[in-house]
Design a protein. Structure first.
Length: 52
């Protein structure tokens, strides 16, 4: 299964919504028992940003 998660680092949304997305993603990754691997795809056209 592939999941296209919100691009909260680049998305033009409020910091409050970015924080909510971050919490949702972390909860999903931590609590999903059958999860065996994560593939992290990054858009190389964007500069890395500090996480919130």
């Amino acid at each position: 299964m592939f999941a296209d998660l919100p691009g909260y680092g680049f998305a033009r949304v409020t910091p409050a919504l970015q924080k909510k997305w971050k919490q949702m993603i972390e909860e999903y990754l931590i609590n999903r028992e059958p999860l065996m691997a994560i593939v992290f795809i990054v858009d190389i056209r964007r500069n890395p940003q500090n996480s919130i």
